[in-house]
Structure formats: structure tokens, C-alpha cells
Design a protein around this ligand. Structure first.
Ligand SMILES: Cc1cc2nc3c(=O)[nH]c(=O)nc-3n(C[C@H](O)[C@H](O)[C@H](O)COP(=O)(O)O)c2cc1C
Length: 383
């Protein structure tokens, strides 16, 4: 009898413990750290802000960039979409200082938020800003210009004040400002961001997480967040299917990788891979059908890399794939072009869902530039 009571007590205790844990976890809010960086200074700051956000255990930080990059330091950081913004409890924005302003890439990203703005999607959501500057000239102007855009969204702007000033090493110039942390990246008397700047960024994140948590009870943004959940996110699909885009192939002549006219983008590519043409030659003469299908997929990924560049790294702005033409390096009597072309068509539908369904034509050719087994001509409609 005594033992049964003991087991009941232990069970009750573990139940309480686990329900408390679940409660603590479910109360964690999610904060987005959204940055643009060219040289990596702002990215370093973003990581410190994220550490600060997570330091008290009340929030998790999600770091995302606004534009694709080849910088190996943050090449693999996921790309943010405008539509996801309203689903967070707060956003910490980071940008380099460009001529006393935010960077072009950050400005272009914010310019895409008109839809979410007209739905009041960010109203009442806390925002804070941090930047990486060179000498620091005009950095507070730049922070303020950041605030201008965020104020139009009705965001609650969280300043840093003089937080952390006491602990700063005052024998070197530091990037503290009352609006938010900056780094003075061109002053190399110590590695930048300096330890003091990193500490300020962490304190900024820590304070911001508390405010994001406190403001969670303000009713807001339900409509946009709910709508977003139903939307197709190509980056989620790419992540799930482990698909990454290649580096944009350089034009091999006097032409552009793409041309946009109105809302249509035209892109033509052949099977250029990292080290030359993939499976060069004629189908069933030099290469197998399977190899041509592989080369066709590579070609389609090249098309998508160019398309991504044309859309400032936001493939979710694709409204539909309108038309695709595939030309295959094939002998006279070859008739199986449709099978080869499916490698491109299937990929587009896989990535874009219904928006990827397109009209198409396929042809055989006696030769293709560079002895590529395939060339694709594509047209996309975009926002
Ligand atoms: C076009 C351009 C304009 C810039 N304008 C300023 C400026 O007004 N003030 C400043 O301190 N640094 C300026 N810089 C320097 C960058 O802000 C600095 O290099 C920053 O650390 C870059 O951030 P990143 O490493 O994240 O790319 C400018 C850089 C560029 C490319």
C-alpha cells in the first residue's frame, strides 16, 4: 500500500514537471533576425543579436537573409519571404550603412512589403534595428531611416538607449548608438565587431526578446498569419527536397541572362555545370536518355538561379511558369523528346505547385552550342 502511494506521488511529480516544461516551451516566442550583409559584418552582428534573444530562454531566434549571396559565411542561411514576416513575435532588422541609409538590398526587400502593409500585417509588432558601418559616418541617420519604414508599418520601435554603456572599453571607438547597436567595421585597431559591440548586440537581443514576449498578448496579425500558412513557399519545398540553386552561369556571348518586359521574364539556358557542359553530346549516340534527363534538370536549375537573381532572391514572386521550350541534341529519327523534357517540367511543378504548370514544346536539333545535350527557353510571369 505504502509502495503504491509512493509510485502515485512520483507519477504526479513527473507529470507536474513535464507539464511545466511544456508550458515553459509553449510560452517561448519566435523572433526573426532579418539581415542583409555584403562583407559579413552585419551577419556577425545578427548572430550576436540572436544569442541575446535566446539568452533568457523566453524566445527562439530565426536568422534569415533578405537576398541570395555567394559569400560562403552565410550562403546557407535561409532566405526570408515577405509573407512570413507577420508570423513572428518581433523582428530585429540588420543592414550595412550605405550613404547614411539602409542598404539597397534591404530597401528593395522592404519595398516588397506593400501587400502586408495594406493588410496591417506588422502593426503592433516590435522591431529593433542594428547595423554595420564603415567609419560610422551617418550611422544614426541610417538607423533613423530604417525606423521611418518600420514606423509606416506601425511597428513598435525598440531603442537601445544607453544599455551596456558602462561596460564598453572607452579607449577605442565603439559603435553604440541610442537607437541600436552598430559596428565600426573599417576601424581595425581591434577585430570588428569589437567585443564591446558584440556585447551590446547581445544585450539588444536580450531586451528585445523580453519586449516581444510582453507584447504577445496584444491582439494582432491573425489574418495575415493565417493566410500565409495556406500559401505555397518554394523555399520550404526546396529545403524539404534538399534542392539548392547553382551559381548563375555567365552569358557566353553578347546577351543578358534574362530580360524582363512588363511582368514577363525570358530566360534561356543550356546544360552548363560547375566544370563545363554536363553529359555533352547527342542522345543515344554519345549519351544515354538518363544522362540527358540529368542534364535537363541541371539546365532547369540554371534557369531558376537566373530567375531568382531577376527577382532579388525571392522566387515566391513567381506568379506562374507560362511556357517552356526544350531543344534536344538528337539524331534525325529520335522521337522521345517528351520523356527528356519531363525532367524540366516535373521539377518546375514540384517546386511551384500549380503555378508551375505550363505550356511547352520540344524539338530535336542536329547541334546545340557547346555540344550541350539540351537547351531550354522559358517564360515566367512574376509579381
Ligand atoms: C555604397 C556604400 C556606401 C557606404 N556608406 C557608408 C556610410 O555612409 N557610412 C559608413 O560608415 N560606412 C559606409 N559604407 C561602409 C559599410 O557600411 C561597411 O563596409 C559595412 O560594414 C558593410 O557591412 P557588411 O559587412 O555587412 O556588408 C558604405 C559602403 C558602401 C558599399
Amino acid at each position: 500500500m505504502k509502495n503504491i502511494k509512493k509510485y502515485h506521488l512520483i507519477a504526479l511529480f513527473s507529470l507536474l514537471l513535464s507539464s511545466n516544461l511544456v508550458l515553459a516551451q509553449s510560452h517561448k516566442v519566435q523572433v526573426l533576425v532579418l539581415f542583409h550583409s555584403d562583407e559579413g559584418g552585419t551577419y556577425e552582428m545578427a548572430k550576436e543579436v540572436a544569442k541575446g534573444i535566446e539568452s533568457e530562454g523566453v524566445a527562439t531566434a530565426v536568422i534569415k537573409k533578405v537576398k541570395e549571396t555567394n559569400n560562403p559565411k552565410f550562403k546557407d542561411v535561409p532566405l526570408a519571404t515577405v509573407d512570413e514576416l507577420s508570423s513572428y513575435a518581433g523582428i530585429a532588422f540588420g543592414s550595412p550603412v550605405y550613404f547614411g541609409n539602409i542598404s539597397t538590398a534591404m530597401s528593395e526587400f522592404l519595398a516588397k512589403t506593400t501587400g502586408i502593409w495594406s493588410q496591417h500585417g506588422l502593426e503592433g509588432m516590435p522591431a529593433t534595428v542594428f547595423m554595420s558601418s564603415g567609419s560610422g559616418a551617418g550611422r544614426e541617420l541610417a538607423m533613423q531611416s530604417f525606423w521611418n519604414s518600420l514606423a509606416v508599418h506601425g511597428m513598435v520601435l525598440v531603442a537601445n538607449g544607453i544599455r551596456g554603456y558602462e561596460d564598453l572599453d572607452k579607449t577605442i571607438p565603439q559603435g553604440n548608438t541610442v537607437l541600436g547597436t552598430t559596428s565600426l567595421a573599417s576601424l581595425k585597431n581591434v577585430p570588428r565587431p569589437s567585443e564591446g559591440e558584440r556585447n551590446l548586440a547581445r544585450l539588444q537581443g536580450q531586451n528585445f526578446a523580453q519586449i516581444a514576449l510582453a507584447l504577445q498578448s496584444v491582439p494582432k496579425r491573425k489574418v495575415v498569419a493565417a493566410e500565409r500558412k495556406m500559401e505555397w513557399d518554394i523555399y520550404k519545398v526546396m529545403q524539404d527536397k534538399n534542392i539548392t540553386l547553382p551559381t548563375i552561369p555567365k552569358p557566353a556571348g553578347n546577351y543578358r541572362p534574362y530580360v524582363r518586359t512588363g511582368n514577363l521574364i525570358y530566360i534561356n539556358q543550356y546544360a552548363m555545370g560547375k566544370s563545363g557542359i554536363v553529359h555533352p553530346g547527342k542522345v543515344l549516340v554519345d549519351v544515354t536518355e538518363e544522362e540527358v534527363k540529368e542534364a535537363t534538370r541541371v539546365t532547369m536549375l540554371n534557369v531558376l538561379a537566373v530567375l531568382s537573381d531577376a527577382l532579388d532572391g525571392d522566387l515566391n514572386r513567381v506568379k506562374r511558369c507560362v511556357n517552356m521550350m526544350g531543344v534536344f541534341n538528337a539524331p534525325d529519327k529520335y522521337t522521345n523528346h517528351a520523356l527528356l523534357m519531363n525532367a524540366a517540367s516535373d521539377l518546375v511543378v514540384e517546386l511551384f505547385g500549380d503555378k508551375g504548370k505550363h505550356a511547352r514544346s520540344t524539338l530535336g536539333a542536329s547541334s546545340i552550342p557547346g555540344n550541350s545535350p539540351v537547351e531550354l527557353m522559358t517564360i515566367f510571369e512574376v509579381e
